[in-house]
Design a binder for this molecule. Structure first.
Ligand code: CA
Length: 259
């Protein structure tokens, strides 16, 4: 596998050597219903930066927003060394992504209002990662047979769940489940949530769009990550299971194995 991979062409930047090397498996699929894939992923193993975006917007807007944001975030993170990847440094990269999506939209009326979610990991020390997210794309950590969800969705139903207004079952059926409360590119300002995640050797980290988590429960994801299959095989199993469950949205799944 290429150490540096993208689903789209990009400017050349010099990767900063970083952190412990990791293994990666990334897949994205249009799904069974949608005509285009508005998800995007990008990563650099050398720089220790991994990002998934799920775009929204009419015409080509969603595709351009997710691609633009993923690319801008990766470029900015690659340019700063791990010790400078403070929460502030990571927030700056998200702001840069926000600005670039806005700038793209400003030059083309058909792209007005486009935006994207963003979920990303950036190595910042020995097994220490900055985890940043905007919207309802998620990060999970698989450790010693246990799956934990590391992010809380920035969505209307997630807020209703937190307030106890609805339960999980109602959330899954809610007509408002597509409404996210934070996004990249739709406003002049962006509000990323940034955490520090401590990974251990053997951990598998999953970044994914809601096309995966709408189709698969957390228990379903855990069952597919268990066992002795390779990282690539487990990632393919996740994608195929989401497709088998309906594939009603674009599906993106990126697995990172901590050595
Ligand atoms: Ca989606």
């Amino acid at each position: 596998m290429n150490a540096r991979a993208r689903r789209f062409p990009a400017c050349k930047v010099s990767p900063v050597p970083v952190v412990a090397p990791t293994r990666v498996a990334a897949l994205s699929h249009t799904g069974s219903v949608r005509r285009s894939n508005q998800d995007a992923w990008s990563y650099s193993v050398e720089a220790g930066v991994f990002v998934v975006c799920d775009g929204m917007g009419g015409a080509a807007g969603g595709e351009i927003a997710s691609r633009t944001a993923a690319e801008a975030f990766l470029e900015h993170m690659e340019a700063i060394s791990p010790e400078l990847r403070t929460p502030r440094g990571v927030a700056k990269a998200v702001c840069a992504a926000n600005r670039r999506v806005q700038a793209r939209a400003a030059h083309d009326a058909s792209l007005a209002g486009m935006g994207t979610t963003l979920i990303a990991l950036a190595g910042c020390g020995d097994h220490e990662w900055r985890l940043v997210h905007v919207g309802d794309s998620r990060c999970y950590r698989w450790r010693a047979g246990t799956l934990s969800r590391e992010t809380e969705d920035h969505s209307l139903v997630a807020e209703q769940l937190r307030m106890g207004v609805i339960d999980e079952e109602q959330a899954a059926l809610s007509p408002m489940r597509n409404i996210i409360t934070r996004s990249v590119g739709t406003r002049r300002s962006v509000d990323p949530e940034i955490q520090t995640l401590f990974a251990e050797p053997g951990d598998v980290l999953l970044l994914c769009s809601d096309g995966l988590t709408r189709e698969l429960s957390d228990e379903g994801i855990a069952a597919l990550l268990a066992g002795s299959l390779s990282l690539e095989e487990r990632n393919a199993a996740l994608l195929n299971a989401a497709l088998g469950a309906g594939g009603r949205d674009n599906i993106t799944s990126l697995l990172i194995e901590i050595p």
